[in-house]
Design a protein around this ligand. Structure first.
Ligand SMILES: CC(C)(COP(=O)(O)OP(=O)(O)OC[C@H]1O[C@@H](n2cnc3c(N)ncnc32)[C@H](O)[C@@H]1OP(=O)(O)O)[C@@H](O)C(=O)NCCC(=O)NCCS
Length: 440
């Protein structure tokens, strides 16, 4: 039994860059038929962004568009509108992430699509919620992070490096795609009851803010008592009236920090993260593993609240313990004592870790041709009765003829769509050089 959960679901994918394509990529891997609409001769901007070879699509594009079909389509021409209408007639889901107002201008707003096919679910990604003063802004990853309190709470909290800092994780982009996927899947279930498609509006701001929920928790606490026990400023430093950048604190009630290991001077990722849990038994096991048994009877350390007040001494002593050790060894030793611990890993260490090529975590896709195999991150969860397969990405417009034929267009019509610029770039008119005197 290997039943794809979204088998038979047809998705018209009018998305580009990262947020939308990450959503439709997941839907494709869960078994949906995804048709990606790309402007003739232009395509998704990421095809030509950050390329490793000027003649080949970038890894940016490849990692987000596998297992989709591509139709080159100018949706602004009359024929383009007719083709898109037919695609929508047969679709379960339509997804778009154009800049605010662009889809309305093209003539395919939610209201129009709902009229064309009342069962079709309409997913849209924009930068901001409709209620926001920023609703009309175009948005990329950092715009989402800076406006959703992700950047203001990330980074160092003192000194020259005390600047709003972005997370390396794509909180605004792929995270938004994953949030929209949840909405679309819920909408599919809802349609079972209502028989009708719904409009799912997902802003990057909401997706990012949803992951900053605990920072709003901290703001509420700060407003009430004026300090936050998990921060290094507690108990002796000053708090303002907003949540500070959190450095490497754990963020919850447990005491975590990042420690240098023996090669830190030459390897910028030779660090380990170690957490002291709040329970007495956990603390006892931790102290025994670290050889800090004296803390078990010392009132400055033998309760969780006392440890919050003396975290700087804890950081210093644990740091001295780690400094001549290997991060993997530390992980082994402290994990055996039940401590939550993990080595800081670089992207290289992750891609080199063969244990992650388990068919889901990291996957190799054979794109063929000059690209050959490339690595991407697979579906981030597993099913007991479904194993996704991972196929190549389409070339720009690579499935145009096949899709048009399946929609019932004749060979003559398909040729005329190419000639009039609907499914292929308009041929450039020859320029007559009136200044030339050459008679060659
Ligand atoms: C990402 C973003 C900033 C890019 O903005 P942009 O450079 O203006 O590019 P867009 O793709 O939105 O649109 C460009 C134009 O191409 C047109 N276009 C795109 N695909 C088309 C097609 N297949 N046929 C006809 N026209 C098409 C759009 O209608 C738009 O036309 P307009 O400017 O005349 O209205 C913007 O799309 C945005 O804010 N999107 C919402 C948030 C988001 O998803 N951000 C991306 C995060 S990875």
């Amino acid at each position: 039994m290997n039943t794809a959960p979204l088998q038979g679901i047809r998705v018209v994918d009018f998305t580009s860059v990262q947020s939308g394509p990450s959503c439709t990529q997941l839907l494709a891997w869960l078994g949906a038929d995804v048709i990606k609409i790309e402007r003739p001769g232009v395509g998704d901007a990421t095809r030509k962004e950050l390329q490793f070879d000027p003649n080949l699509p970038s890894y940016y594009f490849l990692q987000l568009n596998s297992d989709k079909k591509s139709i080159a389509l100018d949706a602004a021409t009359p024929d383009g509108k007719e083709i898109l209408t037919k695609l929508i007639e047969g679709a379960d889901i339509f997804v778009e992430n154009l800049h605010p107002g662009a889809m309305d201008k093209l003539g395919f707003s939610w209201e129009v699509v709902h009229k064309i096919n009342p069962r079709c679910i309409y997913g849209t990604i924009k930068g901001f919620p409709v209620s926001s003063q920023y609703v009309d802004l175009k948005a990329y990853e950092p715009i989402a992070q800076v406006t959703a309190a992700a950047a203001s709470t990330t980074g160092w909290y003192e000194g020259d490096n005390d600047v709003p800092t972005q997370s390396g994780a794509a909180l605004g982009d792929s995270n938004t795609g994953m949030h929209l996927a949840i909405g679309l899947l819920a909408a599919l279930l809802q349609r079972e009851h209502t028989g009708e498609g719904t409009y799912v509006y997902q802003s990057m701001h909401n997706a990012c803010l949803n992951l900053c929920r605990i920072k709003t928790r901290d703001q509420l606490t700060l407003d009430k008592i004026g300090y936050l026990t998990q921060f290094p400023q507690y108990p002796n430093g000053k708090f303002g009236d907003f949540v500070p950048r959190s450095g490497n604190i754990e963020g919850g009630g447990v005491l975590g920090w990042t420690y240098k290991c023996k090669n830190w001077a030459t390897d910028p990722n030779d660090y380990v993260y170690i957490i002291f849990q709040r329970g007495e038994k956990d603390f006892e096991l931790a102290c025994k593993a670290l050889g800090f048994e004296d803390w078990l009877t010392n009132p400055d350390f033998n309760t969780a609240d006392a440890r919050d007040r003396h975290k700087q001494e804890i950081y210093a002593r644990v740091q001295a313990w780690c400094i001549d050790k290997d991060k993997y060894e530390i992980t082994k030793t402290l994990a055996a004592a039940g401590m939550p611990v993990g080595p800081v890993l670089s992207t290289k260490e992750i891609l080199d870790d063969q244990s992650l090529y388990d068919g889901n975590t990291l996957v190799k896709i054979n794109q063929g041709g000059e690209i050959g195999e490339f690595v991407t991150v697979g579906v981030p969860f597993t099913f007991s009765n479904y194993q996704p397969t991972y196929g190549p990405c389409p070339s720009l417009g690579g499935n145009t003829d096949e899709i048009l034929t399946s929609l019932g267009f004749t060979a003559e019509q398909i040729e005329s769509f190419k000639a009039n610029g609907t499914t292929a770039p308009m041929p450039k008119k020859p320029t007559t050089d009136t200044t030339s005197t050459s008679t060659k």
